[in-house]
Design a protein around this ligand. Structure first.
Ligand code: MOS
Length: 767
């Protein structure tokens, strides 16, 4: 590991501890924890979230949803003491274009027309000027149904009991084959089998979903709201309203978190707000309260994974056979791409000559499951890293030695036969993480202390990796464009549809541009994502904003500089003042000064969507996480006492924000592992409140110690890769492995709530 460790724990954070001898750029701004670009507006309350925005004559809307999981709509009646003639009412019959929101891959109806396929499916929209009357009125729209038998589990769906989508309930099947798993059976001396389950979980961004729709017969539709992907909303509205591109405008208002939860569903809300606005002839605001947001919008796909692995006596992997299934819910939406990422990573960072992965996303009658940070990987790494624990035991090796023997080495092939290019040595990362966690000493000590103690402590490891950017040919198909503008005020303005959702996009873009142009950070501004103003830099997803869009912005910055030098007479060796003056002069003379850059696939990336062979991602982030957990045999509660998160994500652009990304991801991962349980009844979420959907608070979290190793990536801006999703992939298996270390009991289902742990411990006779 030639990179240096950056210890950015709170005691020594910031740029002062930054040590690297591999950096070739002049690091003026990148690598420093500069103030957040939008921080001032947020702390002073000047930032406007969608619910803060008021339009003249604005109405307030509400959505009436199905209460059953599957059936035909029989009758809709408007009852109670409500002045219904004052209301604007929209049903599927009011949709001028297609009753479908096309996602990146799948689709979903805007409003149910004759039948419903999941609880909380939108059927009727209402709006009125009085928001309190709207609240009362929504309870008085009565819908009766002719109910049909729903499909409510992965197993039932695979068994076609009943068929609820297509001919066989399969939204997508993926097969990855490397070597020959069947032929390798006889070579294996030890066979390990296991089955692993993960539950749904809710993104729980701070700001609920919301949109304001506006309609004008001349201008078309405009929507403003909370979202990750303006250019997912835009084509969908064109289709729903049957309008050309230039008659649809999508504007992102300041957005309080996304985590994948504002990737696809905002398109539905945007269509609803605009349908109401069109019928009303007035702007309509549609804001979800917390409960509606939790029960109706997407959650992480539940999963079931069966792994069979073969080993030599020394633990070496001979084959891996993985059957990975995701519950997609009632409509396809993003399930094929979530499945794709999860399947590609399912064999982990391990060298194995024979790998077979079968991935299936199945239809059920739950609300569609969707994107949530990690996008399929937290599911497949939970299964894999629990399985590796089991395999280590069966092979008679410790958790760390077993992994050390099996990690990728430089030049190895991944499951999709990609040559591992990253010069990252997982064995070295493992040693460093174990040392930081004091793993060996603590394990020894706990073994003694656990004797006769009702509270048992243990240590757990997870090793994992996460591809940055879209999978396979995704980036090439997207062909994103981003740009920069020299303004009439002599500033530089970033032009991208990539949204600030709290993750720091505005800040890192500004840092990258400041360094590319050798300008102070304060001279850089970032345009509000508005489809009338910024190009399609792609969705803000897939840990791609820094690595892919950041690189485009860096390239566009150099083009801008070149224009000013060649056409504007700017001296190559300019001062910031000269640069500003050159911008002002150029704009005064020629009008707008905008330069763009479009994504081009690096020539060495080759991928086939047909065979799933090739370079699945341009680069990967790599990580070893270590959890120290205590389990109370009297209350069945598990608690994380200490957590070390070591990762290699290329150049760290902003140390404090990167550390925050990791701490946030680990916190969400702890919730995923131990606390966040969705109570389903007939496909309906029954605990859609933060009082009964238990997420960890600060009191439940340990100090999360974050370490970075740096290995600059040639095609990333100043060597950066993605950091957004990686941190949620590893905590759950590390924690459950630690529970096994503490108690000897193998738990293969999350969330491992006290109820689940009680069942498992009692079955094993532990307590
Ligand atoms: Mo995402 S889970 O916003 O790629």
């Amino acid at each position: 590991m030639p990179g240096q460790l950056l210890f950015s724990s709170s005691s020594k954070q910031g740029s002062s501890c930054f040590v690297t001898n591999r950096s070739v750029m002049v690091d003026k701004c990148v690598g420093k924890s500069v103030p957040r670009k939008e921080g001032w507006e947020k702390v002073t309350g000047a930032a406007l979230y969608v619910d803060d925005i008021v339009k003249p004559d604005m109405l307030h809307g509400a959505t009436i949803r199905s209460t059953i999981s599957r059936g035909k709509i029989d009758r809709i009646t408007f009852e109670g003491d409500i002045p219904w003639d004052e209301f604007v009412i929209v049903t599927a019959d009011d949709i001028p274009g297609e009753n479908s929101t096309k996602m990146f891959v799948g689709e979903q109806p805007v409003l149910a027309k004759e039948r419903v396929n999941h609880p909380e499916e939108p059927i009727v929209l209402i709006a009125h000027a009085d928001p309190y009357l709207v609240r009362k009125a929504r309870t008085q729209v009565k819908i009766s149904y002719i109910e049909e038998t729903p499909c409510l589990s992965i197993e039932d769906s695979l068994n076609k009991a009943p068929v609820v989508w297509g001919e066989d309930n399969l939204f997508k099947t993926i097969r990855i084959n490397k070597g020959d798993v069947d032929a390798a059976q006889s070579e294996a001396e030890i066979i390990v089998e296991g089955e692993y389950f993960t539950g749904a979980s809710e993104q729980l961004y701070i700001e609920n979903n919301g949109m304001i729709g506006e309609y004008d017969a001349e201008e078309g539709v405009t929507v403003t709201g909370s979202m990750q992907c303006p250019y997912y909303v835009h084509p969908a509205l064109c289709a729903v309203f049957n309008l050309p591109k230039n008659k649809v405008r999508v504007i992102q208002s300041d957005t309080g978190g996304g985590f994948g939860g504002k990737e696809d569903y905002p398109t539905i809300i945007a269509a609803h707000a605009c349908l109401l606005a069109m019928k009303a002839g007035k702007p309509v605001k549609l804001i979800y309260d917390r409960e509606e947001d939790m029960v109706a919008t997407t959650k992480r796909h539940p999963s079931r994974t069966i792994i069979r692995s073969g080993h030599k006596k020394d633990g070496t992997l001979v084959f891996m056979d993985v059957d990975f299934a995701l519950d997609g819910g009632a409509y396809m939406t993003l399930s094929p791409v979530v499945l794709s990422r999860g399947s590609i990573h399912a064999a982990g960072p391990y060298r194995c000559p024979n790998v077979k992965i079968l991935g299936r996303a199945v239809a059920t009658n739950y609300p569609p499951h969707g994107a949530y940070r990690g996008f399929g990987n937290p599911q497949s790494f939970f299964a894999l890293e629990r399985h590796m624990e089991k395999a280590a035991k069966q092979c008679g090796l410790t958790a760390d030695e077993f992994r050390r023997r099996n990690f990728f080495r430089e030049g190895d092939l991944t499951a999709t036969q990609q040559v591992v290019q990253d010069r990252v040595d997982m064995r070295e990362l493992l040693d460093q993480a174990l040392e930081a966690a004091d793993y060996h000493n603590k394990r020894e000590r706990f073994k003694k202390e656990n004797e006769g103690n009702p509270v048992k402590k243990g240590m757990g490891i997870a090793a994992f990796f996460h591809g940055s950017g879209f999978t396979g040919g995704g980036e090439q198909k997207m062909a994103s464009i981003a740009g920069v503008e020299g303004t009439k005020d002599g500033k530089v303005r970033v032009l991208a549809a990539s949204t600030e959702i709290g993750q720091g996009a505005k800040t890192i873009f500004s840092q990258i541009v400041a360094d590319a142009l050798k300008l102070p950070y304060d001279m850089i501004e970032v345009a509000r994502p508005d489809t009338d103003d910024v190009p399609n830099s792609g969705p803000t997803v897939a840990s791609r904003t820094c690595m892919v869009v950041g690189k485009l912005i860096q390239t566009a910055s150099l083009a801008l500089k070149q224009s000013l030098v060649q056409e504007g007479g700017l001296d190559e060796d300019y001062t910031p003042e000269q640069f500003a003056q050159a911008c002002k002069d150029y704009v005064a003379r020629n009008g707008k000064l905008r330069r763009y850059s479009q994504y081009e696939q690096p020539a060495n990336i080759v991928w086939s969507d047909e065979t799933y062979v090739g370079d699945a991602y341009g680069a990967y982030g790599w990580a070893i996480y270590v959890a120290e957990v205590s389990f109370d045999t009297r209350t069945y509660e598990a608690r994380v006492n200490d957590f070390v998160a070591l990762q290699e994500v290329g150049k760290v652009i902003h140390p404090i924000m990167a550390e925050g990304q990791v701490q946030g991801g680990v916190a969400q991962g702890i919730g995923y592992a131990l606390y966040e349980n969705i109570v389903w009844k007939n496909g309906r979420m029954m605990n859609g409140q933060m009082t009964n959907y238990i997420m960890p608070t600060a009191a439940d979290l340990p100090v999360i110690r974050v370490l970075f190793a740096e290995q600059p990536y040639a095609s990333g801006p100043q060597g950066a890769k993605g950091v957004g999703e990686l941190p949620i992939d590893g905590p759950a298996p590390a924690i459950i492995n630690a529970i096994e270390d503490a108690t000897g009991v193998s738990v293969n289902q999350i969330p491992a709530t006290p109820e689940i742990l009680m069942k498992e411990m009692e079955a094993a006779g532990v307590c």
